[in-house]
Design a protein around this ligand. Structure first.
Ligand SMILES: Nc1ncnc2c1ncn2[C@@H]1O[C@H](COP(=O)(O)OP(=O)(O)OP(=O)(O)O)[C@@H](O)[C@H]1O
Ligand SMILES: [Mg+2]
Length: 372
């Protein structure tokens, strides 16, 4: 329902849902190539064959999940023999949770969370769907969260080899990865890679003009006319470009409008944007914090402290030496954890353009915005 800013019960939002992060826009801009390639890879499923597996790779906020959801929605509406399953690996971080999600999506009912084994879940799914001729299309979204304890390898190995035990089952796998460091397939064994054979689809960061256009769409549909000036939109675009994350820009827009509205004003100010930036960054950090175990969190705190003391950047060898004085650990555990922080977007690892293992480690956020 359209609202006017000047009504007694003022709201600055015309439709606040379009500023939510799970909103799937009617038009997904600047991603035609990626969408077309994905449709081509899925096409064999229309005639009951296995689709081409895919890796969607790009930094956070480059549209990977949005496009998967968009395509899955269309498949659900148009083809009853292709069964899409979206697994959010940030939430489903264990092998059991992944197969639990696959089971509950395909059977439209929850198996018990306890007292049932992974094997029983797999067997129920595979027995049924090896007979129906349907094609299961599974997206492991944010698969980086399955890198611990070799979970990604185990899950992919089971899914891709299921046809050996259950002839007739047809499965396609899409994984999304939000880092652009080493190829994710480096974490897979040769035997899994040899069946996986994914088509890599890259999601480059949006250019400034693309961010501006996407934000303008949201402003036009989400906010009442005239509440945000072109200058302030420019500021939001500038901050978005600086953090390299469209999601931050959308959150910033919503949070700034919320602030202005709660203050009973009819327009967003630069102060609203400044105050929101702090909140939006902290929310991102808190989300990442939740997926760290206690000892990982403690090491992250020490890492941040050490890097800050060293002018916000350190090379990995120096950091290890200092860290080891505080918490004795072998180099490979240290490196595993540092990689995890990087996968979560909490730190940045630069690889200087020289041979050798030296990596430069930087904080991804201004020092004052990282708490603790
Ligand atoms: N091309 C686009 N057009 C319109 N909105 C977009 C586009 N790309 C991304 N968005 C919006 O940006 C936000 C982030 O997109 P999305 O969640 O798809 O990113 P992602 O690549 O999956 O990020 P992550 O790797 O962190 O999961 C969403 O709110 C989405 O609606
Ligand atoms: Mg995503």
């Amino acid at each position: 329902m359209k609202q006017n800013v000047s009504t007694a019960n003022r709201t600055l939002f015309m439709d606040h849902t379009v500023l939510e992060l799970d909103h799937i826009p009617e038009t997904i801009r600047f991603r035609e190539t990626q969408i077309n390639t994905m449709y081509q890879n899925i096409r064999p499923a229309i005639r009951g064959a296995c689709p081409t597996n895919m890796i969607l790779q790009g930094l956070p906020g480059t549209g990977k999940t949005t496009i998967v959801k968009h395509i899955f929605k269309e498949i659900k509406e148009t083809n009853i023999h292709i069964l899409p399953v979206l697994v959010n690996c940030q939430i489903m971080q264990t092998e059991f949770r992944v197969f639990h999600k696959i089971y509950s999506t395909l059977f439209h009912q929850e198996p018990p969370l306890h007292g049932v084994s992974i094997m029983q879940l797999i067997d129920a799914v595979a027995t049924k769907f090896s007979r129906t001729g349907d094609v299961i299309l599974i997206c492991l979204d944010d698969v980086n969260f399955l890198l611990h304890e070799n979970t990604m390898e185990k899950v992919l190995c089971t899914l891709l080899r299921l046809h050996e035990e259950y002839p007739g089952i047809k499965i396609g796998v899409i994984i999304t990865v939000n880092t652009i460091d080493a190829p994710i397939t480096n974490h897979l064994s040769k035997s899994v890679n040899s069946i996986f054979r994914p088509n890599l689809i890259l999601f480059p960061p949006y250019e400034e003009e693309e961010v501006r256009a996407i934000m303008q769409d949201r402003v036009r549909v989400g906010l009442c006319p005239g509440i945000i000036s072109p200058d302030i939109q420019d500021t939001i675009v500038e901050k978005t470009m600086k953090e390299c994350d469209l999601r931050l820009g959308i959150c910033l827009l919503k949070s700034s409008a919320d602030l202005a509205e709660s203050d009973n004003r009819t327009s967003i100010t630069q102060t609203d944007v400044g105050a929101s930036l702090q909140t939006v960054r902290e929310i991102h950090l808190q989300t990442a914090d939740k997926v760290l175990k206690e000892e990982e969190q403690q090491m992250l705190d020490m890492t941040i402290k050490l890097i800050r003391q060293n002018g916000n950047r350190m090379n990995s060898g120096e950091l290890y030496q200092e860290m080891e004085k505080l918490v004795p650990m072998c180099y490979s555990s240290f490196r595993r954890r540092i990689n995890k922080y990087s996968y979560l977007g909490l730190i940045k690892i630069n690889r200087p353009n020289i041979w050798g293992n030296t990596r430069e480690i930087l904080l991804r956020y201004d020092t004052h915005t990282i708490k603790k």
